[in-house]
Design a protein around this ligand. Structure first.
Ligand code: ZN
Ligand code: ZN
Length: 147
């Protein structure tokens, strides 16, 4: 996770990576295409780019799975989203609203900024739309981590 800026993937590709992470294991290209309502050929091309970046590997029968760096990156993407949503909720947005608005701006927030906000909030464990995972890719001091 060292050296990533948070803008390695386009917003759409970041959404693909998050989706693949949530599915757990091997995900079929056609499932991703159906979920995002895009042509399979478009997804195949995007997945090839993400694989080139080292975050995905292809598996037989037209599927992909996350590599170890891809898993870390997906966790970072969720942490960033949830931290941004938490910040917005503190400005009076309802949870669903904060989650929705966060999706529009999170891709502009660098990893460094994410870590600074996380630190200034005291490394929160909970956001409006889920738990904030702190792992070795996080800014948190080791004693604050669950694992
Ligand atoms: Zn959310
Ligand atoms: Zn933190």
């Amino acid at each position: 996770m060292q050296g990533i800026t948070g803008s390695e993937l386009t917003p759409r590709k970041a959404e693909y990576l998050k989706y693949i992470y949530l599915q757990g294991d091997v995900v079929k290209t056609t499932d991703i295409a159906a979920h995002f309502s895009v042509a399979p050929s478009t997804v195949t091309k995007a997945l090839a780019d993400i694989a080139k970046a080292g975050y995905l590997e292809h598996s037989p029968y037209h599927g992909v799975r996350l590599t170890a760096p891809g898993t870390d990156y997906a966790r970072f993407l969720f942490r960033r989203h949830r931290i941004v949503a938490l910040v917005l909720s503190r400005y009076g947005l309802e949870p669903a609203e904060a989650c929705r608005e966060a999706k529009k701006i999170e891709q502009c927030i660098s990893r460094d900024l994410t870590n600074r906000i996380c630190t200034s909030l005291g490394h929160p464990m909970m956001s409006v739309c889920g738990e904030i995972e702190h792992d070795h890719s996080c800014c948190c001091p080791p004693e604050n981590r669950k694992r």
